[in-house]
Design a protein around this ligand. Sequence first.
Ligand code: C2E
Ligand code: MG
Ligand code: MG
Length: 546
Amino acid sequence: MSTAISYTPRSKYESSHLSMFNIAGYAFLFLLISISLVHAIIISVRFEVLQTYGATNFIRAEQLAFQIHKGLELAESKNYEFCSDEDLKHLRKIKSTYFFLDDIGRVSGNKILCTVEKGMLDSTINVGPVEITSDKGFEYRNSQTDLIRNEKNKPIITYQNSVVFVSSAYLHLSKYGHFKVNGMAGVTYQNLGSRYVYSFFGNLLPNQIEPSVAHKNTLSDWLPLPNNFITMSQCNGIYNICITAIDTRPGLYAIPLTNLIIILTVLIALSFAFGYTLENFRVGPKAFARRLKSVIYQDNIYPVYQPQINIETKEVVGVESLARWDDSTLGMISPEIFIRVAEDSGLIEKLTKKITNKIFLELSDVLEANRSFTVSLNISTQLLTSDTFINFINDAVSQYKFNRNQVILEVTERTDSEKGKMASFSKKLKEQGYQVSIDDFGTGVSNLSWLSTLEPNEIKVDKTFTQSIEEQTVTSITLEGIFSMLEHLQVKVVFEGIETEQQRDYIFKRVPKSIGQGWLFAKPKEIDELKEFLDFCFNNNYLPAN
Ligand code: C2E
Ligand code: MG
Ligand code: MG
C-alpha cells in the first residue's frame, strides 16, 4: 500500500515573527549608546591633547607672570631719580632680560613719565584705569593707551612708580603659537578673586571667556549635545596666574563632516544588525527551542491520558499518554509543534525521560492493580536507535511492580532511512517484554512495509482514516484497503480519532475486536480526572457520559 497522507506541522512559533518595530527600537537604542560611547572615547583621547595644549601655554603664562612681577620689583629696587639717565639704564637692563616685556617705565599717579623705548614723555599719557589690585600692590590696568605700537587693550601693570607693557610677542605667541589644535582654545588670566585676562586664543569668542573659565566639568558634558564643552584649568600658586584650556568641539564635533558621515553610516548599519540579532534571539526560531528547554528543565511539561476502549465490550483497556505544554505567555502549545522542535534541537531525550518518569509515578497504582491495563507512550524514533533508551526504560519500570508488557511503545516514522536499525530495536524491545505499536498507520511511511519490518504487537490507524468513514474520498478508499488487510492480520488494532457513533459502529462492523480511542469515548485527561473516570468505569462496567 502506498502512502496516503503526510502532514508537516509548521509552527507559528518556529517561523520567525520578527517585528520591524522592535528591530528599529533596538537599533535606535544601540545607535544612541554607540554614538555616546564613540563620542566619549574621542573626548577622552582629546582630553590628553587638551592637557598638553593647556600645559604648553601654561609654561609661557608662568614665564610671563614671573617676568612682570620680577621686572616691576627690580625696577623699584633702586632709588635713582625717576627718568634720569641712570634710572633709564637700570630699566633698560631689566627690559633686555625679560623678553615678554615690550617696554618699562615710570609713572606718577596715572601719568606715564618716561619709558625705556620712548624716553621722556612731555605730553601726559594716561595708563588707564585700575581693574584689579593684588594684595602686594600690583595694579592690573585696562589700558586704552596707544603708546606702544598703537596696540590697544594690551595688558599694562603698574607697581608703585613703575609700569610694564606686556609684549606683543607673548600675545601673538599665545594666539598663533606653535601648538594649534582643531577646536581647542585657551584663556590666560590673573586670578585675584575676579579675573584679569591677559589673552585668549584659539577657537573662542570674547563672550565665551567668562563661562569657559567658570565652567566645572560634569558628566553631562560627555553627552553628545551641541554647545557642550570640556575645560581644564591650572594655576600657579605664587603669581596666581592661571590658564583654562577649552575643548570647544568635544568628541564627534571635532570630526570633519565627511568622516562623521562615514562613522554614522557604519554605526547605523551596526545598529540594525544588532537590532535584528537581538529580535531574532528573542523571538526567532531558536528562541522557541530555548524556551522549550527551560520549560523541560523546570518540569513544566506534563502528561495527560486518553482512555482506550474495547469497542466490543466497552471495557477501558488502557490509556495513551500525551505530553502537554501550557505556556504562561504563549498559551497551550500543541505537541505536534513542540515535539518536532524538541527532536530538531536535541531536547527529545530529556523531555521523554522526564515525562516517562512522571507517567510511571502517576499511573503505577492503576497499572499494578490491573495487570491487563496498558499505558502507551509516544516515542520518537530518534531515541530507539541507541541502547541508552532501552536501559532507561528498563530502569524506570524496575522501580515499580507492574509488568513490562503493560507498557506499549508507540513509534511513528516519517522517513524510511533507519528502517534496518528500527527493526532490530523493535525486536529487542519485544524480547525484553514490551509491546511495540505503529502509530499513525497509513500515513507517511508507516505502512505495510513497516508492518513486516517491525512486526508490531499493535497498529494504530491514523485519525484521518477514521474521520473519512462514510465519505467518498481517496482517504476513505484507502481505509477500505486497510480494513480488508486487517481482516487477515493477527495484530491488535487501535482506531484513533473516533468522534461519532457512526464511525464507531462502522468500525465495529468491519473489525469487531478493535480498540477505539477518540472524543466519543473520552478526551485526554489529567491524572486526577482520569482516576475518577477509571473508578466509574471499573465500578459500573460502562462509560460515563462524555
Ligand atoms: P498521536 O500519538 O497520534 O496522538 C493522538 C492525537 O489525536 C492526540 O493529539 C489526541 O489528543 C488526538 N485525538 C484523540 N482523539 C481525538 C478525536 O476524537 N478527534 C481528534 N480530532 N483528535 C483526537 P495531541 O495530544 O495533540 O498529540 C499530537 C501528537 O503529538 C501525537 O499524536 C504524538 O505523535 C505527539 N506526542 C504527544 N505527546 C508526545 C510525547 O510525549 N512524546 C512524543 N514523542 N510525541 C508525543
Ligand atoms: Mg500516539
Ligand atoms: Mg496517532
